[in-house]
Design a protein. Structure first.
Length: 131
């Protein structure tokens, strides 16, 4: 089939330790689907904000407020030592077949503890594949 690029969004970084324990939207894209298979690529980087312990993140993609596929949960964001913590990178592809029309895709992320994890460069790319 052919691919039709629907859009890209580089979302907003959080403040240091800015992820919360509830899902929050960090990248949003509104695009019109022709009713074909839509592939959503998402990615981002998380770093432990010197919390003193390993934390986890979870993320999901939603289309019009409904989770696409299954949320990815409990990804370790290690704590090594103050100022020495590595980035944990996540990359995932989700797919759905929404009806013809305008839709809103979002990338949502949460952490296992408030004020512990920082999110950087959250991204969404949406492509439609038609037969």
């Amino acid at each position: 089939g052919t691919q039709r690029y629907l859009g890209f969004n580089l979302g907003a970084d959080t403040a240091a330790g800015g992820l919360t324990t509830s899902y929050v939207t960090y990248a949003t894209l509104t695009a019109v689907s022709r009713g074909g298979l839509v592939v959503v690529d998402c990615s981002g980087m998380a770093i432990n904000a010197n919390s003193g312990a390993t934390r986890t993140i979870s993320y999901r993609v939603q289309c019009d407020g409904v989770t696409v596929g299954t949320a990815v949960t409990a990804i370790d964001v290690p704590y090594v030592s103050s100022g020495q913590n590595p980035f944990t990178t996540f990359v995932e592809t989700f797919s759905s077949t929404p009806l013809f029309g305008s839709h809103i895709w979002t990338l949502q992320v949460l952490a296992s503890a408030n004020t512990s994890v920082t999110l950087r460069r959250p991204k969404l790319k949406v492509t439609e594949i038609s037969a």
